[in-house]
Design a protein around this ligand. Structure first.
Ligand code: HAS
Length: 541
């Protein structure tokens, strides 16, 4: 029960962020349509910052940490009072940081968007708040590592639970990647915004940001994959196709998701093309674990369907539990991930990146990935996890509403993201206020797509209201009872999990080597070639 409270505290913040960030999103699509002006002197970039920070950073991080705590408590034993207390300290540090950051944005002192690229400058409290969010997450990570270590010590030579293994992998990925954002915030942005130094090395700050920014997207994705691999097989009544394959795919994510940040900087000067090429190759390697995941999900579905007597090539498809929102919402996420992932591959292809970079195509890409695949899966998790934690059961009526929510979300996103992709191909910029281009001749071509986005955004807002109704119901009003935390079993035919997959030192060691290879020389180049007068790392260190 006490562990439940800790997880729920994270979910309250996450769903509040969804309400506020989603409202900002609705207003944004309306403004971009050119038919609406923001009231009360609210700025377009201020609104965009609220939207990005609350949804991309706050909603995701709080939901994920809450889910990981719940998963670890379920599969590696109840948290000890000390570890739980550490978790609470982490939670409050993150919440104080979020509040500080949110206040600066709302006061109009930090309209720097969620990537806070220099030389845009925010109030120092914005950066200090972000640093607190990161530090808080490290404290929670420390609690998780200690808990997992205790289980391992008490069970020497035993294979760890798959869900716990994945939770720890996700947290290691987060820890290693946040070193980059912590470095740029602490060493560059805070001293600069406080006026201790008067210049900032833009290239280094962007490089450190993307060292963090790309693995960040896998920090969002991996908890969804945890649900796909471990929870979904149980919900459909089937088995996990292979424990070893699932672990291997998480290890590959750990190895290849970090040394690839340059694929966000392909158009930037100051980085030798050879290093960009290397990181693009590594980017294509990080696609492999997703393809493995797709294979594994199909295998789980097909095996289950056939065990129920399905025949023919796709007969198993009909046996899946389409009326169960715990399955349907994540399934729609999987389906959308097919075009979303294809878009990612286009982005990563150097020449094609020249066409889409900084256009609204990229916004379309990440609304399909994080805002659909990941978020629909998170909603699917909430449908059983929230009642499990609050000692309630989801009623049939709520399950129906959740199915409607999924359909509304998918339709809204289909309108919005498709329009964004097409408009991006016509060269429409992302992150630009309508007032900067609205009266240009070229903008006339874009307007119909922007109107489609406003329609999609409005439908999505209805989806937000529906999910919040369901969340409040499951947290406070649903009938009392017991809801299962569904953990799948591994199929009997699956091969035994080799212990090398549990060799943490080995994988973290390989990761360190890959990072050093991908970043050392480019970084030394950047320090040596800092523009004259710019107080880069050379002057600071
Ligand atoms: Fe990305 C930009 C490349 C995945 C998020 N990405 C972004 C940004 C965000 C983001 C937020 O290389 C914008 C950042 C900013 O503000 O500037 N992305 C990729 C690649 C992948 C990828 C190669 N991205 C994601 C995921 C995200 C995410 C996941 C969030 C969660 N992305 C890029 C690049 C850029 C970029 C460039 C920079 C662009 C620029 O120039 O600015 C890959 O990981 C994708 C691999 C995925 C697949 C799909 C596998 C399919 C599966 C589903 C199976 C379905 C089943 C059901 C089983 C290959 C697993 C089937 C049932 C049936 C009936 C059919």
């Amino acid at each position: 029960k006490r562990d439940s409270k800790l997880a729920m505290a994270h979910f309250y913040v996450a769903f509040t962020a969804l309400l506020l960030g989603g409202t900002a999103g609705l207003l944004q699509t309306l403004v971009r349509s050119g038919k609406f002006t923001l009231p009360a002197g609210i700025g377009y970039y201020q609104l965009l910052t609220v939207h990005g920070v609350l949804l991309a950073l706050v909603l995701t991080t709080f939901f994920i940490i809450g889910f990981l705590f719940a998963g670890l408590s379920k599969t590696s034993g109840t948290l000890s009072p000390k570890i739980r207390l550490t978790g609470w300290i982490g939670f409050w540090t993150m919440t104080i940081g979020t509040t500080a950051t949110a206040i600066t944005i709302l006061l109009g002192e930090a309209s720097v968007l969620y990537t806070f690229y220099a030389p845009l400058q925010a109030h120092p409290v914005f950066y200090i708040g972000l640093a607190l969010v990161v530090v808080g997450s490290w404290i929670s990570g420390f609690a998780m590592f200690t808990h997992f270590g205790k289980w391992k010590k008490a069970n020497p030579g035993r294979v760890t639970s798959l869900l716990s293994f994945m939770a720890i992998m996700t947290m290691i990925l987060w820890l290693v990647s946040t070193l980059g954002v912590a470095a740029t915030v602490l060493i560059q942005f805070i001293p600069w915004s406080l006026g201790f130094v008067d210049t900032i090395d833009v290239l280094i700050s962007r490089t450190l940001f993307w060292y963090f920014g790309h693995p960040l997207v896998y920090f969002w994705l991996l908890p969804a994959y945890m649900a796909w691999y471990v929870i979904i097989p149980k919900i459909i009544g089937g088995k996990i196709f292979s424990d070893a394959l699932a672990r291997l795919s998480f290890i590959l994510f750990l190895l290849f998701s970090i040394p690839v940040g340059f694929h966000h900087q392909l158009t930037e000067p100051g980085i030798d093309p050879a290093w960009k090429y290397l990181q693009v190759v590594l980017t294509f390697l990080v696609v492999i674990p997703s393809l493995m995941t797709a294979f594994s999900m199909f295998a789980s579905f097909e095996l289950y369907g056939r065990s129920k007597g399905a025949t023919g090539l796709f007969g198993w498809f009909r046996k899946l539990p389409w009326g169960d929102a715990r399955f349907f919402a994540p399934f729609m996420g999987m389906l959308i991930f097919i075009p979303a992932g294809a878009g990612g591959i286009i982005n990563a292809s150097h020449q094609l990146n020249q066409v889409i970079h900084n256009t609204i195509w990229v916004t379309g890409h990440f609304h399909l990935t994080v805002a659909t695949t990941v978020l629909l899966t998170f909603f699917g998790i909430a449908y059983w996890l929230i009642p499990h934690l609050t000692g309630r059961v989801m009623t049939k009526a709520m399950n129906k509403l959740a199915i409607v929510q999924t359909i509304v979300w998918t339709i809204g996103m289909a309108f919005m993201s498709t329009a964004m992709h097409f408009e991006g191909l016509l060269g429409a910029p992302r992150r630009s206020s309508f007032s900067t281009y609205g009266d240009s001749a070229q903008a006339l071509e874009w307007i119909p797509y922007q109107i489609a986005q406003a329609v999609g955004g409005t439908i999505l807002f209805i989806g937000i209201i529906l999910i919040l109704v369901i969340f409040v119901n499951l947290a406070f009003f649903a009938p009392k009872g017991e809801t299962e935390f569904p953990i799948g079993e591994v199929a009997e035919e699956a091969e035994k999990t080799p212990m090398i997959l549990e060799n943490w030192k080995l994988w973290v060691g390989v990761l360190a080597v890959l990072i050093l290879i991908a970043y050392t020389i480019p970084f030394v180049d950047m320090i040596q070639n800092a523009p004259p007068g710019v107080k880069g790392f050379k002057n600071l260190l």
